[in-house]
Design a protein around this ligand. Structure first.
Ligand SMILES: CC(=O)N[C@H]1[C@@H](OP(=O)(O)OP(=O)(O)OC[C@H]2O[C@@H](n3ccc(=O)[nH]c3=O)[C@H](O)[C@@H]2O)O[C@H](CO)[C@@H](O)[C@@H]1O[C@H](C)C(=O)N[C@@H](C)C(=O)N[C@H](CCC(=O)O)C(=O)O
Ligand SMILES: Nc1ncnc2c1ncn2[C@@H]1O[C@H](COP(=O)(O)OP(=O)(O)OP(=O)(O)O)[C@@H](O)[C@H]1O
Length: 512
């Protein structure tokens, strides 16, 4: 892996990013390392100054042997180094990162997935099917983990949904080196906003849905910005699959039509869905079975291009939830476009499980426990509405908290979803960061209809989980929402270990 100065200047100039080149004491010809973290610098490193960067980091990079830096402004601390001053360092980093790692994207069939909800679930569905069909040659970059090869040591826990560009291309190159031919990856709106995926083209893009989320400090200033960022997946994919049930479908479809031909756009929707304007979907699906443990769907094709995939027929899912049927249909079409046939998809789909999403733990003497990652209005509403429809009059007991320092609007959303669908709310702690968890819980409580719903605040999450389960009676439902298999609590800049909701549920359910 290496980059020459000639390559760098050519790429930056081609993309109109280079403002000027500040000569240093020595002009390096070649770079054998790239990083955006001064602590990782070694001789012959090209160092990127980005984000909440402090000039002292450049000093440290220089001391450790950095050969040159890329930044949006020249720094006195880098005076003796060659400085490449660019209009947008994140874009420069993504383009140069791809080149440094020898454009690994060209050696993989890449499926990118975006949406407010369902990215991880759909990624797991598609990855499991494609991995089976390619006999272990499909990589996965998800919110939960990154899989760059078939061995256990080639599997890592993720920090971000979509990694920083240098890390992304590093992992893609590792996947290629490990013999992978396919990659399924989640693409967050932040990845587009922060140019983590600048210049990357996807063989296939999936747009699942959009609803208000991720708006606020450090994320998106407005919903329009959030939607615009997500639409970038459509503008950078060679073909796309769009859920026509999504809110703002007309805008999403128009964005796809702006850069793709009709033959490159696959639309799907639930049968009998009324789409707000006249358009023919390629696939319709209908529920053929649904209970609290699993479900089944049938897919029908309505276009010539859809018929080429030969997907008509029934499919079983091992995960309940009507919204998971939407995720599964996207994954079925995606797997077919990636090379799977219907018989293979039907064989592999039922076995797919997603860690921390819709995990079910029955108990003998108390209710059934559901551990799920729902942590905003859209997801909690979908989850509770589904469970409510399945259980009729039995009590729905919901345990949740909400994160501190981000996603502030989620607090009212969670309260609203609980008010609309639940009977009891146990409010607890979920990554409070620098905020007071009691204050967060009280803010959620303010949005709950407390005349109808019993609310308790129990800040110690383990105690709260036990309480929620023990208070339930047979046939009642206990939802442990928001953390899934997250094994930490973020408190004041520290990551404190936490058993996970899933482990607590598994342990308690064995005892009772
Ligand atoms: C707002 C935002 O996008 N922040 C991301 C960004 O931060 P940043 O560039 O400011 O980096 P920083 O960690 O503050 O440090 C500044 C720079 O100094 C460097 N540094 C730091 C210390 C040092 O000693 N030396 C040094 O050189 C760092 O390596 C970095 O390059 O780059 C970091 C990686 O380099 C990310 O970890 C960080 O994500 C933060 C933690 C985050 O929470 N992001 C969320 C909002 C996010 O991106 N979420 C989406 C999912 C949400 C969705 O669905 O849309 C995701 O894709 O995960
Ligand atoms: N298509 C969907 N529509 C609405 N809610 C969904 C959908 N799919 C999943 N959910 C709910 O959202 C939760 C998160 O699902 P998942 O992790 O698949 O989505 P995500 O897009 O990766 O989420 P995040 O951006 O929060 O990481 C699930 O636990 C479930 O409650």
């Amino acid at each position: 892996m290496a980059l020459t100065m000639v390559q760098i200047l050519t790429l930056l100039s081609e993309h109109n990013l280079l403002i000027e080149k500040h000569p240093g004491k020595i002009t390096p010809e070649k770079f054998t390392h790239v990083t955006y973290d001064s602590r990782q610098v070694q001789p012959e490193t090209l160092f990127f100054c980005k984000g909440n960067f402090k000039p002292s980091y450049l000093q440290q990079a220089k001391a450790k042997g950095a050969a040159a830096y890329v930044a949006e402004t020249a720094y006195a601390e880098g005076a003796e180094l060659t400085g490449l001053i660019v209009t947008n360092v994140q874009q420069a980093m993504s383009l140069l990162g791809a080149a440094y790692y020898d454009f690994p994207q060209n050696k993989l069939f890449i499926t990118g997935i975006t949406g407010t909800k369902g990215k991880t679930t759909t990624a797991y569905f598609a990855h499991s099917i494609e991995d089976a069909v390619t006999t272990g040659k499909t990589a996965l970059f998800s919110t939960i983990d990154r899989i760059v090869g078939p061995k256990p040591e080639q599997r890592f826990k993720s920090d971000l949904t979509t990694p920083e560009s240098l890390d992304l291309f590093h992992d893609m190159a590792a996947a290629v080196a490990n013999g992978m031919t396919h990659l399924v990856m989640e693409v967050s709106s932040q990845a587009f906003k922060k140019d983590r995926v600048y210049g990357l083209k996807y063989d296939l893009g999936i747009f699942l849905n959009i609803s208000p989320d991720h708006i606020g400090r450090n994320e998106h200033p407005t919903f329009a910005d959030y939607l615009y960022c997500k639409e970038q997946l459509l503008r950078n994919s060679k073909q796309v699959i769009i859920n026509a049930e999504s809110q703002h479908f007309a805008e999403i479809y128009a964005a796809a039509k702006g850069s793709l031909l009709d033959d490159q756009i696959y639309l799907y929707a639930r049968k009998n869905l009324l789409i707000s304007f006249e358009t023919q979907v390629d696939f319709e699906f209908e529920e053929t079975k649904q209970d609290l443990k699993e479900s089944a769907i049938a897919i029908n094709t309505y276009s010539q291009k859809g018929e080429r995939l030969e997907l008509d027929g029934g499919y079983q899912l091992g995960i309940p939830g009507d919204y998971n049927q939407e995720n599964a249909v996207a994954a079925v079409i995606a797997s077919a476009l990636a090379g799977a046939d219907a018989a293979q998809i039907k064989e592999y789909l039922p076995a797919v499980r997603v860690p921390g999403r819709m995990e079910v733990f029955p108990t003998k003497e108390h209710g059934t426990i559901y551990v799920d990652y729902a942590h905003n209005y859209a997801s909690l509403k979908s989850l509770l509405k589904f469970l409510r429809e399945q259980t009729q009059d039995e009590r729905l007991i919901v345990l949740t908290g909400s994160t501190g320092d981000k996603g502030i609007s989620r607090r009212s959303g969670l309260g609203q979803a609980i008010s609309e669908e639940a009977d009891v709310a146990i409010l607890t702690t979920d990554d409070p960061a620098t905020e007071d968890p009691l204050q967060i819980a009280q803010e959620i409580a303010e949005h709950i209809d407390q005349k109808r719903i019993e609310v308790q605040i129990i800040l110690d999450r383990k105690t709260a989980v036990k309480k929620a389960i023990m208070m339930s009676k047979p046939n009642e439902i206990v939802v442990l929402a928001g953390k899934g298999r997250d094994a930490t609590q973020k408190v004041n800049g520290k990551l404190l270990s936490y058993e996970t909701d899933a482990k607590l549920a598994a342990d308690i359910s064995k005892e009772i």
